[in-house]
Design a protein. Structure first.
Length: 127
């Protein structure tokens, strides 16, 4: 790093290589304002600017779309906030919701014709 700095200092004469012409900034403001006036659009005399009105239904659709997006964001944020607040409670609620009592489980096993050997196989080998 030090070698690179030394090389740069050797090639740099210490002076600014950029120069402005003599008197460039003396009338700069006047010249700039004149150029801006030349480039500005000229409105013809007697010709009025055309006013375009946005139809009412388009304005209403814009507001309706903005309200729908805001409602979606607020609703989604509320649901996400509620989900993140108590995940343990939600998991226990889900477990209680899907819990079966012994009679229902026996009916399902009888319907599927699953015997004790198959249950033992699934519990030991599959998982």
């Amino acid at each position: 790093m030090i070698q690179e700095e030394n090389i740069i200092k050797q090639h740099d004469s210490g002076s600014n290589p950029f120069r402005t012409p003599e008197g460039y900034f003396e009338n700069f403001t006047d010249r700039l304002m004149a150029r801006i006036a030349e480039e500005a659009p000229v409105q013809q005399e007697g010709v009025k600017a055309r006013v375009v009105a946005i139809p009412l239904w388009r304005r209403a659709m814009r507001y309706a779309a903005a309200v729908a997006v805001a409602a979606f964001c607020v609703g989604g944020g509320t649901l996400l906030y509620n989900r993140l607040q108590a995940p343990e409670q939600l998991l226990t609620n889900d477990a209680v919701e899907y819990a079966w009592d012994d009679e229902e489980l026996d009916e399902v096993l009888d319907y599927e014709m699953v015997d004790n050997n198959q249950i033992a196989y699934y519990l030991t080998e599959a998982y």
